[in-house]
Design a protein around this ligand. Sequence first.
Ligand code: AP5
Ligand code: MG
Length: 228
Amino acid sequence: MGREGRRVTVIVILGAPGAGKGTQAVLLAERLGIPHVATGDLFRAAVRDSSPIGLEARRFMERGQLVPDDITIRMLLERLSKPDAANGAILDGFPRNSAQAAALDRALADRGERVDLAVDIDVPTEELVQRMSGRYVCREAGHVYNESTNPPRVPGICDIDGSELVQREDDKAETIRTRLDVQLASLREVVDHYASTGILRTVDGIGPIDDVAAAIDDVVRGVADSAG
Ligand code: AP5
Ligand code: MG
């Protein structure tokens, strides 16, 4: 990032389920002009298409479990090899455990690249449950809303593409609890991985979406400046 001859920017957005990764990754991707790549969105698209990956992933997603690493890593690396990701990407929901983090490091190193920055959006558990319970996403592209904190202009309709807003299958109360129970430990592994390489920054995820975006911008600018 900002280094001479190196134009690829890879930023990983970390956070518990419901922390606001998708909300913030979309905004940051727009600002930096690189794609937002979310493994959850890729899996949901595969489920909608009833592709082999979708049929396999659905069994895990509906139980709030992580999809096995082999499927997930292959899908993510395939996505990163597409031309629109030639200058980098904002990764949301990947890596999710230390094996995925190591696989990403290896794949990038093979191309002479690396993860520039990992931003952990920190939100307490009680707030996560509230956010996911009030979340709606659009049927067409998964654009994210919240009935109390981020409502659409017209109730039930996506501001961006006009499609219907629905609840995610894994946002039912019991599944939300399982996701938090099962996934927080592996998130910790990923946070530790990036802390150990010195590229982890934590931002406070409580407060208006624009304030969190500004905090992330500061962190991104700080890293770009220090890289010269
Ligand atoms: P995924 O889709 O990644 O779900 P997640 O990690 O559980 O995260 P969410 O998408 O639920 O939350 P978010 O952090 O994006 O928050 P959002 O911006 O929507 O994964 C789904 C499943 O796929 C996994 O459970 C797993 O099965 C599988 N999977 C995916 N990746 C995998 C991987 N790498 N390995 C294995 N399996 C994988 O915001 C949440 C709500 O809060 C919204 O309503 C939003 O409007 C609102 N909100 C956002 N910011 C704020 C704010 N500042 N204040 C108030 N409200 C806010
Ligand atoms: Mg998301």
